[in-house]
Design a protein around this ligand. Structure first.
Ligand code: SF4
Length: 366
């Protein structure tokens, strides 16, 4: 029998952590391998979370990047990049420290990669372009990648879907599913409409049809004898993720803890909104202030990188950012924005209104 690996990347963020817990609880028979692409520049809270998670899982998480001759992975690659700091437009860090190590970890093996994109997010997550790695998203109602959906829902596959649905449904449910499955995709009936209609009629039936389809083409999941996630009908949002973390005892990454700051007699609340390197250029200015006030050692370490002539934030150095009047301005603006957002939001929790990970890195913040 072909050996197929099941792998789950832990980023140190809440969603990938919750996914590891969720899959272990629901599908204990999946022989999951966990990995973490260490940059050597994560917050201590992230390493603490990984330790807690290992205890819960009863398994080691493989650390994929090595410290070479005492040099942390980030510093090693920074040197190779001529000291040129990564940025949103030159993101060598993700490729070198996340994607390449992951693909090397898999090599030529066949693997199913499980990714914790939530049901309330509008992003696809990192999907490997390597044919031997197939990605699924168990927190979404649609667990399949765009590539798999595009392949199955081609109009030429309508006869296949007719037959496959007949094998998984009967009676009225079958008639309803066939009506949708037999309708070709057109300008008036787009692929998302067709997909949503089939998923709402029966997610499990759609998953079974997809699995049957994957068995007819050259695909990793199709080589499995069975795929337990076909039964998965969940669609989990942020609240559900928090509940999984809390109930398991693993808890939230500590950097999410909401802390108070004072500004001109008013109290604001800040925290860090995502995992990844403590100097990540994707963070908001208020998060840099959080780093300065809560982890001064890490802040000054970040400043030291700027000495080479590059800055983490476009057109502003970190030393300028912490000048008293600039810090006050950032806090004032943050407080104003938070109040406005809270007013327009049903939730009263800051963590529910901070910008989501969707605008940033698909490999680092899951
Ligand atoms: S967390 Fe930010 S700096 Fe670190 S590897 Fe990811 S994108 Fe790059």
């Amino acid at each position: 029998m072909t050996k197929i690996r099941h792998v789950l990347g832990i980023s140190g963020g809440k969603d990938s952590t919750a996914l590891a817990i969720y899959l272990k609880q629901l599908y204990p028979d999946l022989d999951m391998e966990y990995y973490f692409c260490d940059t050597g520049k994560e917050l201590d809270e992230t390493y603490a979370l990984l330790k807690n998670l290992e205890v819960f899982l009863g398994k080691k998480i493989a650390f994929l990047n090595e410290v070479k001759n005492g040099t942390p992975p980030f510093d090693h690659f920074l040197k190779l990049n001529g000291g040129y700091l990564p940025s949103a437009s030159a993101r060598w860090c993700t490729t070198k420290m996340k994607l390449v190590p992951f693909e090397n970890f898999i090599g030529d093996d066949l693997a199913v990669s499980y990714v914790g994109i939530r049901g309330d997010e509008d992003r696809e997550g990192y999907v490997s372009t390597k044919k031997n790695i197939q990605t699924v998203f168990p927190f979404r109602q649609n667990i399949w990648s765009k590539e798999m959906i595009n392949s199955l829902l081609q109009n030429k596959n309508i006869p296949f879907m007719q037959e496959a649905y007949q094998n998984v449904l009967a009676g009225k449910a079958l008639a309803q599913a066939l009506e949708v499955a037999e309708t070709p995709i057109s300008m008036r009936f787009g692929q998302p409409t067709k997909l949503n209609a089939l998923l709402s009629l029966s997610t499990e039936a759609f998953n079974r049809v997809m699995f049957a389809y994957l068995q007819t083409i050259d695909s990793v999941i199709g080589k499995l004898d069975s795929f337990p996630l076909v039964k998965n009908e969940d669609n989990l949002n942020k609240d559900a993720i928090f509940a999984i973390l809390k109930k398991s005892g693993v808890g939230m990454p500590q950097y999410y803890t909401e802390l108070e700051y004072e500004i001109e007699g008013q109290t604001g609340i800040y925290n860090r909104s995502r995992s990844g390197c403590f100097f990540c250029f994707f963070q908001q200015k208020i998060e840099w202030i959080w780093l300065y006030e809560q982890h001064p050692d890490k802040f000054w370490e970040s400043v030291a990188y700027e000495k080479q002539g590059y800055t983490w934030i476009e057109s502003e150095s970190l030393e300028d950012l912490i000048k008293p009047e600039r810090m006050a301005q950032i806090k004032r603006e943050h407080l104003k924005r938070s109040e406005l957002k809270l007013k327009n939001s049903k939730s009263k929790l800051l963590m529910d209104i901070v910008p989501d990970e969707s605008e940033a890195c698909l490999a680092c913040f899951v």
